[in-house]
Design a protein around this ligand. Structure first.
Ligand code: SF4
Length: 334
C-alpha cells in the first residue's frame, strides 16, 4: 500500500512565554494518519479541535509559536519519500503548487483585488513555468473550460464575481498545475447550499480527472458525506475515530462522533437533533485521561485517568475509547 502522506505520532504545540510564564497549547497531540494515493481523506471536528493546526503541520507550514515537539510527516510522491518537517523552505517551495497544492479558506484573501483574474493566473503560472502572457492566458482559458467555468471570468476583477465563482476560480488557480496532492481548508465555508454543491462538484471532478489525493479539512459533515472516502474525527487535538465515510456516518462508535452525527440537520423529521453537552476543553489545560470524559454520557473511572489509544475495531475502523476495549458488546450494538 502506497501512502502519499504518513504522519507518525505528531505532537505540535503553541509554546509562548509572556511575563515569565510559559503557556503550552497542545493543538495536535499524538496524531498518526496514513493517507492513501488517490483517495479523498476528510478531517472533521468542531472549531478549536486542532484541524487547522494539523493542516499546517501536514503542509510543513510551521511558524512560531507553533512547534513540532515530536513525530514526523512524510510525503511519498513519485516514489521518493521526503520528510516534510525537515525540509528547507526552498525544498518546500519546489514541491508547492506543482506537486502539493493548498486551497485556502476565503477566496478574497488569495485573489489580488486590484488585478484581473487573468493577471493573477499569469503571475501564478509564470512563477512556476517559463510562459509568456498569451501562453498563460491560453492555459487558464483551457483549464477553466475543462472545469466547465466560463472563460469570461478571466477579464473580471475579483469583486465583480460572486462568492461562489470566486471560490471556484481560487480552486482552479490552486490546481492548474495538476498537483498530485491537494489540501483544502474549509473550501465551502460561507457559501450558500446551492453554491456549495457546485464547489463540491468541482473538487470531485478535479480529484477524479487526475486521480489526485485530496485532504479535505472541514467541520461540515455534509461535505465529507459528499466527497470523502475516509474520515478522521478530531476532538481536542486528538483523532478519536477513523473509518470509511459510510461507517462514520451510519455506524459511528465513539460517543463524540455519535453526537456529531446526531447534531446534523436531517430530512427525516422523526429523528431528533441532539446537541453535544458542555463545551470543548481549552487545549492549554486539557482534561486528564480521555479528553471527552467531562462531556461523555458513558464515562467510566478509567476514562478520567487513562488516555485511550486508537485501536482497530473492524477492517479500517479505528477508535480511541475505553468502551470499545472494556465492553466487547459495545462495538456490535452501537
Ligand atoms: Fe467516553 Fe470513556 Fe470513551 Fe472517553 S473513553 S469517549 S469518556 S467512554
Amino acid at each position: 500500500m502506497t501512502y502519499v502522506v504518513e504522519a507518525r505520532r505528531v505532537k505540535a504545540y503553541y509554546i509562548t512565554h509572556a511575563y515569565g510564564v510559559k503557556r503550552t497549547v497542545k493543538a495536535v497531540d499524538d496524531i498518526s494518519l496514513q493517507i492513501k494515493e488517490g483517495e479523498v481523506f476528510g478531517v472533521a471536528g468542531e472549531s478549536g479541535c486542532g484541524k487547522s493546526t494539523l493542516l499546517k503541520v501536514l503542509l510543513g507550514h510551521l511558524e512560531s509559536p507553533l512547534t513540532v515537539v515530536e513525530g514526523s510527516v512524510q510525503y511519498n510522491l513519485d516514489g521518493h519519500p521526503v520528510d516534510v518537517l525537515s525540509m528547507t523552505e526552498r525544498e518546500k517551495r519546489s514541491l508547492r503548487w506543482r506537486q502539493v497544492s493548498y486551497i485556502p479558506q476565503g477566496s478574497m484573501h488569495v485573489l489580488n483585488p486590484v488585478r484581473r483574474i487573468r493577471d493573477t493566473f499569469h503571475d501564478f503560472i509564470s512563477a512556476h513555468r517559463p510562459v509568456s502572457k498569451s501562453e498563460s492566458l491560453e492555459m487558464a482559458r483551457a483549464y477553466l473550460n475543462t472545469l466547465g467555468l466560463p472563460d469570461k471570468v478571466l477579464a473580471a476583477y475579483p469583486h465583480q464575481l460572486s462568492g461562489g465563482m470566486r471560490q471556484r476560480v481560487t480552486i482552479a488557480l490552486a490546481t492548474i498545475l495538476w498537483p498530485k496532492l491537494i489540501f483544502a481548508d474549509e473550501p465551502t465555508t460561507a457559501l450558500d447550499v446551492v453554491v456549495q454543491r457546485g464547489v463540491i462538484q468541482l473538487l470531485k471532478e478535479i480529484q477524479q480527472k487526475e486521480g489526485s489525493t485530496l485532504v479535505l479539512i472541514t467541520h461540515d459533515m455534509g461535505v465529507h458525506a459528499n466527497l470523502a472516502n475516509r474520515v478522521a474525527v478530531l476532538y481536542a487535538g486528538k483523532v478519536v475515530e477513523e473509518a470509511d465515510t459510510h461507517s462514520v456516518l451510519k455506524a459511528p462508535l465513539h460517543p463524540y462522533t455519535q453526537y456529531l452525527i446526531r447534531s446534523l440537520p436531517s430530512l427525516d423529521e422523526r429523528s431528533e437533533r441532539v446537541s453535544i453537552p458542555g463545551t470543548p476543553p481549552t487545549l492549554d489545560n486539557p482534561p486528564t485521561g480521555c479528553r471527552f470524559h467531562p462531556r461523555c454520557p458513558f464515562v467510566m473511572d478509567i476514562c478520567r485517568t487513562v488516555d485511550p489509544e486508537m485501536s482497530s475495531v473492524r477492517d479500517g475502523h479505528r477508535v480511541a475509547c475505553h468502551l470499545i476495549t472494556e465492553r466487547a458488546d459495545y462495538a456490535t450494538t452501537a
